[in-house]
Design a protein around this ligand. Structure first.
Ligand SMILES: [Zn+2]
Length: 233
């Protein structure tokens, strides 16, 4: 397909999401031959610089195929079966696997280090790196507890006791966080790879903890300051 003479292809835009028409701004192929006869047995990698027609975001597509990797497929127009080349497509950046919370953009104002850790964590999730994401969740939680002045030398269980005693978490949340920390420890030490459902639950807990601790608490303190007689009861 082309728009005003410019080549376009459909590709998943990492910014506005979903498959969009994208202008092909650049393309280059590299071929590796496996025999002395070029084009007999070979692999080919093609890089594309793409630009989304919807939001103008720039991103990269890499298409790979090996000449001997073929499959039977039905022609969508004639309906006849035939042998077709199998191709593998990858994109960078990938589309976001988990939407960033509203407060995420304000996180550098709370702690730039926590923002960096969370950014890497979301990147791991976007790229399907489930074990690293599991470890990252625990690392982010560890940093968040450090920010509320919980002794960094305490064990994770003792840190939770301190948060509970300080009224920062309730007993149910404490139980969930124990599970979260166990899961993160398992990912780090015992070769456990969390499922997408496990990761979703762990991320829910982590995001809620950060939101409540660093944003809601601050907002409620500001609100109390604005209400006449606030803070006395
Ligand atoms: Zn877009």
């Amino acid at each position: 397909m082309s728009i005003e003479g410019v080549e376009t292809i459909k590709a998943p835009c990492p910014k506005c999401g979903g498959y969009r028409n994208c202008v092909v701004r650049g393309r280059h192929s590299e071929t590796v031959d496996y025999t002395e006869y070029p084009g007999q047995v070979y692999e080919c990698t093609t890089g594309h610089l793409l630009q989304c027609c919807g939001c103008s975001a720039l991103f990269y597509k890499e298409q790979f195929y090996f000449s001997e990797e073929t499959e039977e497929a039905r022609d969508p127009i004639s309906g006849e079966w035939g042998v077709v080349q199998v191709t593998h497509d990858r994109y960078w950046p990938t589309t976001e696997a988990r939407a960033r919370p509203e407060w995420f953009a304000q996180l550098p104002g709370i702690d730039p280090r926590l923002k960096d850790l969370m950014t890497e964590l979301y990147s791991g999730l976007d790229n399907g790196l489930s074990t690293l994401a599991g470890i990252g969740i625990r690392t982010c939680f560890d940093r968040a507890t450090e920010l509320v002045k919980v002794d960094t030398n305490l064990s994770f269980a003792r840190k939770l006791d301190a948060l509970f005693a300080d009224g920062r978490i309730g007993s149910t949340e404490k139980d969930i966080l124990v599970a979260l920390i166990d899961a993160g420890s398992a990912a780090a030490h015992r070769g456990w790879s969390p499922s997408s459902g496990d990761l979703r639950t762990m991320m829910d807990v982590l995001e809620q903890f950060i939101h409540r601790t660093f944003f809601l608490r601050h907002e409620s303190e500001q609100l109390r300051g604005r209400v006449p007689g606030g803070g006395r009861s």
